[in-house]
Design a binder for this molecule. Structure first.
Ligand code: NCD
Length: 317
């Protein structure tokens, strides 16, 4: 499954594909914890191309490749490449395909990673394309819920998604995975940062229950998972909208008093002020576990796209 394929979006994922990633990540986690660095991808090269800031995603892709026995090549900043001289993404993909066996790419423009993948001869993993999608983050978020909620995804759970649902690509991708299962979504956001209506309709058409509110305190007691998001300041078209919603939501110890004892609190990070630092001491806070899980999920994905991959000819005849 996934051999030689790009991972660009969560749109077309099937349940069995998601579960295959979960199982592969669990196997890799266990093997890595007992054996240390693996040699499964010995000799393979990952190229990381990031045209937007990143700490976790880039380092975890790079660390995942090294922990699988492979190597990493990178550019300091995507903007330091020939893209600055006007090179198209399609040409860049043809070039990078000669140097690497797999590419992880982040770019500020929605669908740009798809554009790149169209001419790449190696698998391309979307590490975030503007406000559109971030599929590997969604898979690691799914893995975190899968590990921490014993009956998930067999039993329905209630997830509250809090914050900038309009611009947060991690939420867009995660929703596309979760709506395949029996879920209840509670979307907590003020009107300026509501989930795009098309995605809301997608949830409704999937048969999952979904409601919208702007007040976390009215729904906190119903949640099994609370997934918080930072305000994506860089994606606001209107700075006044940003000022209006800035600081308008926060998870803190006082609001958590009314939550379930087995709630899990998640965040793709980086966080700003949407989670009070005191919450870090709450055993239900699992955003730093998400970071670790990202490593195993990315090790699994690199393995799955590369394992049956024959050496590609540099130029086809
Ligand atoms: C997210 C991203 O880049 O979309 N970060 C991440 O990859 N963990 C979330 C964010 O920037 O808010």
């Amino acid at each position: 499954m996934f051999g030689g394929q790009h991972i660009l979006s969560c749109e077309h994922f099937k349940k069995d594909q998601i579960m295959a990633v979960m199982q592969q990540a669990a196997t890799i986690e266990q093997t890595y914890k007992t054996q240390g660095i693996l040699d499964w991808l010995k000799g393979k090269i990952l190229a990381t191309l990031f045209f937007e800031p990143s700490t976790r995603t880039r380092l975890s892709f790079e660390s995942a490749m090294i922990r699988m026995g492979g190597h990493v090549i990178t550019v300091e900043q995507g903007t330091s490449t020939s893209a600055n001289k006007g090179e198209t993404l399609q040409d860049m993909a043809r070039v990078v395909s000669c140097y690497a066996d797999v590419v992880a790419m982040r770019h500020p423009n929605p669908y740009s990673v798809m554009e790149f993948a169209a001419t790449a001869r190696v698998p391309v993993l979307n590490a975030g394309d503007g406000a559109n999608e971030h599929p590997t983050q969604a898979l690691l978020d799914f893995y975190t819920i899968y590990k921490l909620k014993q009956d998930f995804p067999r039993q329905p759970i209630v997830i509250g998604m809090l914050g900038d649902l309009k611009n947060a690509r991690t939420a867009h991708s995660l929703i596309k995975l979760l709506k395949l299962f029996e879920m209840q979504f509670i979307l907590i956001a003020s009107p300026e940062i509501q989930l795009p209506r098309l995605l809301l309709e997608d949830i409704q058409n999937s048969g999952c229950c979904v409601k919208e509110t702007h007040d976390l305190s009215t729904v906190i007691d119903q949640l099994d998972v609370l997934y918080a998001l930072r305000l994506q300041r860089e994606r606001f078209e209107n700075p006044e909208d940003y000022q209006r919603v800035k600081g308008s939501y926060q998870i803190n110890s006082s609001i958590l008093k009314r939550s379930k004892p087995d709630l899990i609190i998640m965040h793709p990070l980086p966080r700003l002020d949407e989670i009070d630092l005191q919450v870090d001491r709450d055993p239900r806070a699992c955003y730093f576990q998400q970071v670790e899980n990202g490593l195993y999920v990315r090790m699994a994905l690199l393995w799955m796209v590369l394992k049956h991959r024959a050496i590609q000819p540099l130029f086809s005849a």
